[in-house]
Design a binder for this molecule. Structure first.
Ligand code: FAD
Length: 482
């Protein structure tokens, strides 16, 4: 590090954002360049670290995520300096960043990993909440504890988890799609898991190999409202009670239509200054109006790009993410981006798509660091293998869920066929085929098929000779294709 002036400091590598993408990027740079000082600038007092990383198969990953004070990171990497001060301005041409505390950082290579924030259906309404970080989850918990009815709007992973986990409070779930959870699963899989909503929940979660989120309560400082924190992730709700005001109420879900036709929400109107008995009302496209204690807006995220845009020339994607090429480089020289803040702008493999998930944040952060290093060292680098096949392990309604490749036939139009095997309450297996070759799969339950299907997608073997037999439960498919 060379000090240019008292308030201007110079580093070869600067990373902005203390979530999984930023921390992974900074750790990789710190270990590859032990003699260089690496700086990680972050808005929140806590950082996210990956632990117990395990490569389950070629592309499936299993790891735990811990929220820790930055000192833990600095102890492990003596050349990594974590500074808690949000970036307020970027001057890409001058290669400088300004932070909230007035310091100027001059960089040779910068990686932007500032994540994303909830896309709220209505801004600045105290009765409309988004869930993103520890602070917003705690606010949600506090409000829920005295709530009798809430409206959850959205159909992604967060909405799915919420409607399953919330107890002691009536939940109105408003989705605009034909089936629940359509970002992750299809209508058939939705039908398979819906009975879990009405069933008694198990006391203890069934063991399930998946990403787990933990917060070290002993070391965690009070986060207060000290700027945008990192996004929560899987199991975020396990450490907090999601119980409403009704002591004996069952886990009641009010879907707006009979469950088979699921719900319609094409338009929502909220009346903030209602004179009724509820603090807020939601009018839905089916003509009904529901009063509730508050609305949870779980309708996706918006990348946190604002401090970086003014006066610079970034290519932005349609979803407002910083567009990155196959080296995670943005359109501004020497500025890379990774995680939720960026949008993959390269021609993706036939079996990969970007989804704003923990696993991809880690992979992108790691690969961005490798690309930054390769550039400095004048080495060539190829797109990492992890971007060959989309793969994700998660848990919905207490079922283990594995998603592979084009699991929802994304981008395949009519040019595909589906094979489905379903045993009520036990497993749901769906395979997407094109021209007899496997393009993707959804595996719900303990199917043990993930590795075999991963191989079948990657090697594009012609499976047409097997027809329906591919999913015959009496055939040990693992042995068959070994
Ligand atoms: P983040 O984790 O959001 O980190 C961004 C960092 O940037 C933070 O440290 C923040 O303080 C910092 N920052 C922001 N602005 C600035 C600034 N101006 N200057 C400096 N620093 C700044 N993913 C899964 O894979 N599985 C799940 O089950 C899952 N469940 C989820 C549940 C919830 C409730 C939420 C909100 C997300 C969930 N996700 C899940 C998504 C996952 O958490 C994100 O994809 C992932 O955390 C993105 O990591 P990131 O590092 O890109 O961003």
């Amino acid at each position: 590090m060379a000090t240019a002036s008292q308030s201007e400091v110079q580093f070869r590598f600067v990373v902005a954002g203390g979530g999984i993408a930023g921390v992974t990027c900074a750790q990789q740079l710190a270990s590859q360049f032990p003699s260089l000082d690496i700086v990680l600038l972050t808005a929140a007092p806590m950082v996210k670290t990956v632990s117990n990383f395990r490569q389950v198969s070629k592309t499936l990953e299993d790891f735990e995520v811990e929220e820790q004070p930055s000192s833990v990171l600095e102890e492990k990497y003596p050349n990594l300096k974590v500074i808690q001060s949000a970036v307020t301005v970027l001057h890409a041409k001058q290669h400088t960043l300004l932070t909230e505390n007035g310091q100027v950082f001059h960089y040779e290579k910068l990686c932007v990993c500032t994540g994303a924030r909830p896309k709220l259906i209505i801004q600045d309404n105290p009765h409309v909440l988004g869930i993103r970080d520890t602070d917003s989850a705690q606010e949600f918990q506090k409000r829920l504890s005295s709530a009798k009815r809430i409206v959850v709007v959205g159909n992604g992973g967060i909405a799915l988890e919420l409607v399953y986990e919330v107890e002691g409070c009536e939940v109105i779930w408003a989705v605009k799609d034909k089936a629940i959870g359509n970002a992750f699963i299809d209508a058939g899989a939705a039908q398979f898991i819906i009975p879990s909503l009405e069933a008694e929940k198990p006391k203890k979660a069934l063991p399930c190999k998946r990403t787990r989120y933990t917060t070290d309560k002993d070391t965690a400082p009070n986060t207060g409202s000290e700027g945008p924190g990192s996004a929560l992730g899987p199991d975020w709700h396990e450490s907090i009670s999601l119980r409403g005001a009704e002591q004996v109420s069952p886990h009641l879900i009010a879907l707006l239509e009979p469950i088979h036709s699921v719900l319609l929400l094409l338009k929502i109107a909220v009346f903030p200054f209602s004179t009724g008995v509820w603090p807020i009302y939601a009018q839905l496209s089916n003509g009904k109006t529901y009063g509730c204690d508050f609305i949870v807006s779980a309708t996706g995220v918006v990348p946190n790009t604002e401090p970086f845009l003014h006066g610079n020339n970034f290519d932005l994607a349609e979803d407002h993410g910083l567009k990155v090429d196959e080296h995670m480089q943005t359109s501004e020289p020497d500025v890379y981006a990774a995680g939720d803040v960026c949008t993959a702008g390269w021609e993706p493999s036939a079996f990969w798509q970007q989804m704003r998930l923990w696993t991809q944040a880690r992979q992108m952060g790691w690969y961005a660091a490798r690309s930054m290093a390769a550039d400095i060292l004048g080495e060539a680098i190829e797109l990492d293998f992890c971007f060959e096949l989309f793969s994700h392990i998660t848990k919905f309604f207490n079922y283990k869920v594995v998603l592979l490749g084009k699991f929802n036939a994304q981008g395949l139009g009519q040019d595909h066929e589906l094979l489905v095997r379903c045993t009520k309450g036990l497993e749901y297996v769906k395979v997407v085929l094109r021209g007899g070759r496997m393009m993707g799969a959804i595996l719900i339950g303990e199917t043990d098929l993930e590795e075999t299907f991963e191989n079948l997608i990657l090697n594009q073997m012609d499976l047409s000779p097997y027809g329906q037999e591919l999913l015959n439960p009496n055939i040990d498919i693992e042995d068959y294709f070994d």
